[in-house]
Design a protein around this ligand. Structure first.
Ligand code: SAH
Ligand code: ZN
Ligand code: ZN
Ligand code: ZN
Ligand code: ZN
Length: 501
């Protein structure tokens, strides 16, 4: 099998950037166990260069899936057959149906016989105990535990493929309350197992709880806990339903809304980039919804909450101009460096992007959010309305300041440098490189002090060496999401001591 070319799986940089660019889903793309592969091309100096190739859409780690094929490569019959066999062998050992039947049997067992194998991440039936005898297991699995699979299952946070970061209960409850207050009755949960689980368990416990949800996720372990109407094994990077037509039909049916049963999609994808691939899948889900519509919704879009870090704002808006970013900081549970502790709360860089009218997204006043009547949206406590920009300009929650020379608001830690002709950190090194900044392309500053860092993804125009270095770091985001989240979450400490909940 051909080796992957040296370079970095792209994500943050689209075509025009250095490194690798995502071209997308090609109609005749070959498949790996994760569905159709994505087409990439190596780029240099803003130009597409070299051969195009296919690689796995879901896995940024070769150890998870090493699928690779040149676009123009002639694949022999023998290799095709071997590949098909490989794909077959790399499907889960039980089908979703089998898992549902196993669950039905499992709940009939007395508590003392309910075991969960921690190594296989699987509910065990007594006949299977022997096979797992030298594995660690949890016993006495209660009904409550079965209703909270995201607590029972080990979060796949170190696996680049899944990168599971679970909502803190506070954020999950906030999302659900918001959804209900906005009048939605159906929630398409795309990569949000914890939100799904909250909805499912409420629905099974409270008679008057009317909200329904469907989980779409690549983590097949969830098929042990949900029926085919509650969970679809789905890859959000290539819009692939592992369960085929029946599964996508389930999704389509779910999106069909009767009167008063409005649908919203809530997604919290891995942050590692490939925004283009995500956007294209979400557009497909949105058009699935549109096709189920009656004439009265013709010009509308399916309501969406896309949960993602604020520095992807311009990338997301590029694909979804109707979206706007909310100031709400989404919190996660399983991040060691991101929790309330002695050192105080860390600010989360994760936000909600939505196509709903911003003024309708009410953020909790108890947490310091307030309504800006001019911007007509809720903003974080530190986000001051700038008279000159005529907008609440902070992206990261801290109070930003206006620079008259740059004609915009900048981070509080920045100062205007006359040498560089832009704002930068005080201790930045003035640089007059010919090539200019990797981020904005302008001469005079480096990437690390670029005033545009929080926003644009515009071409990385460094010289070759520097670009490689930058891409190494960018790659951390794509290839090592855990590392990236680590970096994101550990950066800032909260300034506002009041903001403790
Ligand atoms: N905060 C969310 C979880 C987000 S973590 C919650 O608490 O509910 C990202 C989720 O996306 C995980 O559930 C992971 O399994 C899923 N995921 C990762 N890659 C995926 C892919 N290619 N397709 C679909 N889901 C994926
Ligand atoms: Zn404002
Ligand atoms: Zn300003
Ligand atoms: Zn300035
Ligand atoms: Zn300078």
């Amino acid at each position: 099998m051909a080796a992957r070319p040296e370079g970095d799986a792209e994500g943050l940089c689209g075509p025009g950037a250095g490194g690798l660019a995502l071209l997308g889903l090609a109609p005749s793309a070959p498949s790996c166990p994760h569905g159709p592969a994505l087409l990439f091309v190596k780029t240099s100096q803003g130009k597409e260069e070299g051969r195009r190739f296919y690689a796995c859409s879901a896995c940024r780690d070769r150890r998870d899936c090493n699928f690779f094929q040149w676009e123009d490569e002639k694949v022999s019959e023998a290799r095709l057959a071997a590949r098909e066999e490989y794909n077959r062998n790399h499907q889960p050992s039980f089908t979703h149906r089998q898992n549902v039947e196993r669950y039905e049997n499992f709940v009939l067992l007395p508590l003392s016989k309910r075991r969960f194998c921690q190594e296989c991440q699987q509910l065990l039936l007594p006949a299977e105990w022997e096979m797992h005898s030298d594995h660690q297991f949890q016993s006495d699995i209660s009904t409550a535990q079965l209703k909270s699979p995201s607590q029972l299952l080990y979060p796949l946070e170190n696996k680049k493929t899944n990168a599971q970061y679970l909502f803190a209960d506070r954020s999950c409850q906030f999302l659900l309350d918001l959804i209900i207050d906005l009048g939605f009755r159906r929630v398409l949960c795309v990569g949000t197992p914890r939100l799904h689980e909250k909805i499912q368990s409420k629905a099974s416990q409270e008679d008057d709880f009317r909200v329904r949800s469907l989980l779409l996720d690549i983590d097949f372990r969830y098929s042990q806990f949900y029926t085919e109407d509650e969970f679809c094994h789905y890859n959000m990077f290539n819009h692939y339903f592992f369960g085929g037509e029946a599964s996508s039909e389930t999704c389509r049916k779910f999106l069909y809304q009767d009167d008063g049963e409005r649908v919203i999609m809530v997604t919290d994808p891995p942050f590692g980039g490939l925004v283009g691939a995500l956007a294209s899948s979400f557009k497909k889900l949105m058009s699935m919804w549109k096709k189920t519509e009656k004439e009265d919704h013709n010009n509308q879009e399916m309501p969406v909450f896309w949960i993602f870090p604020y520095f992807f704002e311009s990338r997301i808006l590029e694909y979804f101009p109707s979206f706007s970013m909310m100031d709400y900081q989404v919190d996660y549970d399983n991040h060691a460096l991101y929790k309330y502790g002695k050192t105080g709360r860390r600010q989360s860089p994760v936000r909600i992007f939505t196509n709903l009218t911003p003024s309708t997204i009410v953020l909790p006043v108890e947490e310091g959010y307030r309504f800006c009547t001019i911007c007509q949206r809720y903003v974080s406590s530190g986000n001051q309305h700038c008279e000159i920009c005529n907008s609440c300009t902070s992206k990261d929650g801290r109070r930003w300041k206006h620079c008259l020379l740059c004609k915009k608001c900048v981070k509080p830690s920045w100062f205007h440098c006359n040498n560089c002709n832009c704002c930068a950190l005080q201790n930045h090194t003035c640089e007059k490189t010919v090539a200019g900044c990797f981020v904005c392309g302008k001469a005079g500053h480096k990437r690390s002090t670029c005033p545009n860092l929080s926003g644009t993804r515009t071409a990385y125009r460094g010289n070759g060496k520097q670009r490689k270095k930058t891409l190494k770091r960018v790659k951390m985001g794509i290839c090592k999401r855990s590392v990236m989240k680590h970096a994101i979450f550990s950066r800032k400490k909260v300034k506002n001591k009041k903001k403790k909940t």
